[in-house]
Design a protein around this ligand. Structure first.
Ligand code: ADP
Ligand code: MG
Length: 482
């Protein structure tokens, strides 16, 4: 028996998301990412004696918003606690976090892997401040410390151990990332550390209900690395177990270059952080009115919009899902279809030529300047048979991008690219092609019907792509079969 069939993989993820607030969680220092170290550090960030924290209410708004979007229960009576530990990049000697009252509880993240939908349960989402950053590679002898990040607000999103493969973990983080960027509460930039993930991994014999001993792989900085780290770690856990050895509970790190995990510290003794309520901050209450206000402000969520695109516009599930991967893209689609009813064609245009253009230029919909009305007009021309899609997407579209003030019809007319559906001129092309290939005509008429494609192709070529191919087909059929 393959050992992969013998064991069930169990994964719980802790995802840290940096919030897109202007200032830090407890002071006015900028919360923006900066490559210029130690520039966002007032005495409060540096924890000088006598400084006092002041709560940033935007962080609470973002936390509640995410909780509502993920079907969580919202804790209305909250307090902050000090989590005490020493680390060079933690100037206060403690991290202000939530302890027994996470702002959001329960809830779930819907994922889809291999056509199976599952809801991954959440344990909690809590607010905490980030620590600074130790830089080990800027100096040979010393470790440098950058405290810009110290005090930036984070949401820690903790799942239940519900994930059973690296693919599910991948889908889970992808879904979370889509949602936090959709809501505008995090930029989702994993390379800059705006989202970081710790993966708790264990295995157990299939059918067992008791959880196995877990290993925690810390600080995974890309969705791809989460998947890769889980895969190598699961292999390692299975090998150890198959050898009859015991797994030790420990914290590990992942080396992406070597594709291995290595031990950081054993976790046999529970950490003692000596939590106690933060005396410098009063507890904070979320009123019923405020909850209702935030509920009303919640935008349409990507999965609901996807469903709407499928139901109202008969888009395929795939097209609807891809359109809703990105909020600006979905909004653009909504704007284009204010001007045309050919929803499927608009989706094809957006997921085809527009997407390629954005990929090639490294742009996003935020900076895409083609007015939605113009894309609708272009779609319409193809629809009405005035342009064929090939010419519209290769020739007209690029001109339109350069001169978005022009009408697509005007461009097509100027470039003499309008499709010819006038039968007289098409008939001339058809006759010319038939006259030029007498051998093929005989072969066709003696049964080689597949040659029809060759004739059609020649007419297309002769007309420089302008002949309406439906008319061409009809004429060829009439002339060759008589
Ligand atoms: P800690 O705060 O010590 O990391 P938690 O109990 O908060 O511990 O759990 C952290 C994460 O570990 C959660 O996502 C949880 O689902 C996951 N987890 C707990 N036990 C296991 C296990 N045996 N196997 C896999 N994941 C686990
Ligand atoms: Mg943990």
């Amino acid at each position: 028996m393959n050992s992969n069939d013998k064991y069930q993989v169990v994964i719980g993820l802790e995802v840290h998301t940096q919030l897109l607030t202007q200032s830090k969680l407890f002071c006015g220092d900028s919360a923006a990412f900066s490559t210029d170290p130690n520039t966002h550090i007032s005495p409060i960030t540096l924890a000088h004696p006598g400084t006092l924290p002041k709560m940033n209410s935007k962080a609470i708004e973002f936390a509640v918003t995410l909780g509502l979007a993920l079907n969580c229960e919202i804790e209305q009576h909250n307090y902050f606690a000090r989590k005490n530990y020493f680390y060079p990049d933690l100037p206060k000697g403690y991290q202000v976090s939530q302890h027994t009252t996470p702002i959001c509880k329960n809830g779930f993240v819907p994922i889809k892997v291999d056509d199976t939908n599952r809801n991954i349960r959440l344990n909690r989402i809590h607010i905490e401040e980030d620590a600074g950053k130790s830089l080990h590679d800027v100096d040979e002898q010393y470790t440098a410390i950058d405290l810009n990040r110290a005090g930036v607000p984070l949401l820690e999103i903790v799942s239940e151990p519900d994930l059973h493969s690296s693919d599910e973990a991948f889908a889970y983080i992808t879904e979370l990332r889509k949602l936090v960027t959709w809501l505008g509460i995090c930029d989702g930039n994993m390379e800059e550390g705006s989202m970081r993930c710790d993966a708790n991994i264990s295995i157990r014999l299939k059918g067992d209900t008791k959880l196995g001993t877990r290993v925690e792989v810390k600080n995974l900085n890309s969705i791809r690395n989460v998947k890769r780290a889980i895969d190598v770690e699961v292999d390692r856990l299975i090998k150890i177990t198959e050898k009859g050895e015991k797994i030790v509970q420990e914290t590990r790190s992942y080396d992406a270059d070597k594709n291995i995990t290595f031990s950081l510290r054993s976790k046999e003794d529970a950490d003692d952080y000596r939590y106690f309520p933060e005396p410098d901050l009063t507890p904070f209450h979320i009123t019923d009115d405020y909850l209702i206000e935030l509920k009303n402000k919640l935008p349409v969520l990507p999965n609901d919009l996807k469903k709407h695109f499928e139901d109202a516009y008969q888009l395929s599930e795939y097209d609807a899902a891809v359109l809703c991967d990105d909020k600006e893209q979905a909004e653009y689609f909504n704007k284009v279809i204010e001007h045309t009813n050919n929803y499927k064609a608009v989706a094809n245009w957006m997921l085809g030529p527009v997407k390629s253009h954005l990929n090639d230029t490294g742009l996003s919909y935020k900076s895409f300047s083609l007015p939605p009305k113009k894309l609708a007009a272009l779609t319409q021309l193809v629809d009405e048979g005035k342009l064929n899609f090939g010419i519209a997407s290769t020739k007209i579209f690029s001109v339109l991008l350069d001169q978005p003030e022009k009408e697509p019809l005007q461009i097509a007319t100027e470039l003499n690219l309008l499709q010819e559906s006038d039968s007289d001129s098409i008939e001339q092309w058809v006759d010319e092609v038939i006259a030029g290939m007498p051998d093929k005509v005989i072969e066709f008429q003696s049964g080689k019907k597949g040659l029809i494609g060759l004739f059609a192709g020649q007419v297309k070529k002769l007309s420089k792509g302008k002949a309406d191919m439906q008319v061409v087909s009809k004429l060829l059929d009439k002339k060759l079969n008589n």
